[in-house]
Design a binder for this molecule. Sequence first.
Ligand code: 9Z3
Length: 316
Amino acid sequence: MAEPRISSIDGKLAEEFAAPAHVKEVKDKMAAFAQRHAEAGRCVVLITSGGTKVPLESRTVRFLDNFSSGRRGASSAEYFLDSGYAVIFLHRHRSLYPYTRMFSTVNMLDTLQFSASDSGEVVVNQQVLPNIAKVLKRYREVTNGQLLLPVDFSTLSEYLHLLKAAAQALSTIGSKAMFYLAAAVSDFYIPASEMPEHKIQSSNGPLQLTMNMVPKILSPLVKDWAPQAFVISFKLETDATILLEKARRALDTYRHQAVVANVLDSRRGYVVVVTPSTQDEVVLSKEEMKNEVEIEERIVTNLTAAHAQFITQQAG
Ligand code: 9Z3
């Protein structure tokens, strides 16, 4: 068997980004999860979600963050589960989470009340938690079926190492694996060797930072770590005029299967799914937005169909 390729990014990852202590344990868990579900005939999607945090000091007081609520990833996870996928949810610690996302702004104590019996028993006030019974039922089905494996990260280093581990763990199930890379990942970081240990002092005057470019992890993921998988990246811009060109450039560079392109302000109602040969606009009407239809449902329908076709082609 051919030796796995070692890319220069592997070296950089090892040297400049501290690996989390539990990476091996998590990798084994993800590999066992993928294997079990593939044997049961299921596809497995690895969803990344939320923003990465980049520390400015090694004993971190300050950090740079990427914007993302985690809603795209969390709601997509639910639609993938509804489509029969098993889901590894690699998410920013405390960002929105499947099912609980619907109640994330509710104060927990406001959802509870003493029962009428005066026994001190506490019950849920269903008026404050609309649909709770329905959501709880689905959540229990998913957890009892062990269909959702959550893994969390906070820093960019954790994210990079855990994504690499996930890619290698899922490589054993070949084209049944999908990567849905919706996390908002920093393009810049300060290497460990150049990071001050202690809190940067404001008494030293204005702060000037030089940050390095984060290695493009998509490249070894597609080429080396999970070469048979179906890979989707997300492209976020604030300027709509450059969005599609950037999405096409990403496809040309990394040679993966699709880019979901979106603009920050319109991301809840409009995205474009770009593949080497197609360009599908996914749009919600005003009426659909009002009725709380979620665009992730349409994105997932589009991509699961493309994934099924991809699996058939790979097998043929
Ligand atoms: C996205 O574009 C996601 O759709 C959002 C979702 C982060 C906009 P929310 O979590 O928002 O629902 O609030 N993710 C990818 C963002 C990104 O940083 N992409 C990079 C790029 O565009 C790397 S592929 O260059």
